[in-house]
Write a protein that binds this ligand. Sequence first.
Ligand SMILES: [Zn+2]
Ligand SMILES: [Zn+2]
Length: 419
Amino acid sequence: MLVTRGPRGTQDTLPEDALVWQVVEDKLRSVCRRYNYGEVRTPIFEHTELFLRLGESTDVVTKEMYTFLDKGGRSLTLRPEGTAAAVRAFLQHGLVNGQLPVKWYYVGPMFRYERPQSGRMRQFSQFGIEVFGAADEAADAEVICLAIDYLTEVGLTGLKLEINSLGCRECRPAFRAALIDFLEPRENLLCEDCRGRLQRNPLRVLDCKNESCKAVMANAPSPLDSLCGTCRDHFEGVQALLKAAGVSFEVNPRIVRGLDYYTRTVFEISHEKLGAQATVCGGGRYDNLIEELGGPPTPAVGFGLGLDRLVLSLKEQGVQLDLDRGIDAYVVYQPGYGEEAFKLLQKLRASGVVADIEMMGRSLKAQMKHASKIKAAFAIIIGEREVKNGVGTVRDMQAGEQQEVPISDIPRFVREARK
Ligand SMILES: [Zn+2]
Ligand SMILES: [Zn+2]
């Protein structure tokens, strides 16, 4: 095995690309702060049982899990998504009995064992939001607004928001039955996956991307026709709040988000990609999930947003992020003056200047060349003459001009020039 190659489905983010990630993460933290969401940090691995419980009503997660036995013989799983662990933490810490709602966000790596492809790796990064304890339509509307604000602020364009309601325990069975009645006589027109889903999770047929399935579903019953009064009021309430907030949206009865645990509101946000729309964020309400994971009945709503795909989309759309490249000062020195140079370097850094120093033993000329290559705004030369006179030669790399500055003044000089 070649140990100089990372495992299949993983990738390294080198510093230049990491700058993009830093902007993308900084912005999500600032949006969450403004919306008054706190960050929850759960472990990378959990008891396998937690995800199996989550997966009982879905066919997404369980097949693709990274599951292993630890040295104590426990079955553990690298988290394939963020909601289950957030719910587990919410219950473990007794927050269900405290101040509600609990408003959390999380960001970090998730793991799924699937065929790697562009924008879909085995380790990927996800940003998610969870509101626990609020049944009010304001929670649905807020979660959607937060996602739209975030995507707008990172600069993604051509955003489209689609919403739907899948009803509740009371009214969903009627829709499910109507859907199965509609699908059964058309079963031979469905793709193989959907034939398997028909009895187990017929809602998933609604958003199958197969052309033949899409054609069948064009005339399928709409979940909106089966909503009970309470669900209809809730859905109208969500729409009224989105309108009040000036957020444009479309009602699309085909949006189901795949997972059976969703109730009432589901939504997807897509953006323009090569003339089509690509989904970048999806979420909704899941009022039964906390109960299914062993807690008391507790309403919840949230979303998940894949950051890898977001970063790719930003690149494809040519979005210019405000990236700070280069450094303020590069300290260049003659042999024998390393200590003076290092002392100045640390003074620069202590005063807030982004500074670096030669450590390859190159000639003065080669050091200057390097300063220019790494886009240093200033090169500061320390040599025999400078040390004798208590100065440094400060060279403006852009203008090509240089001047001597008293050594103790150099940090202030650079800081002010870089303002
Ligand atoms: Zn209902
Ligand atoms: Zn299908």
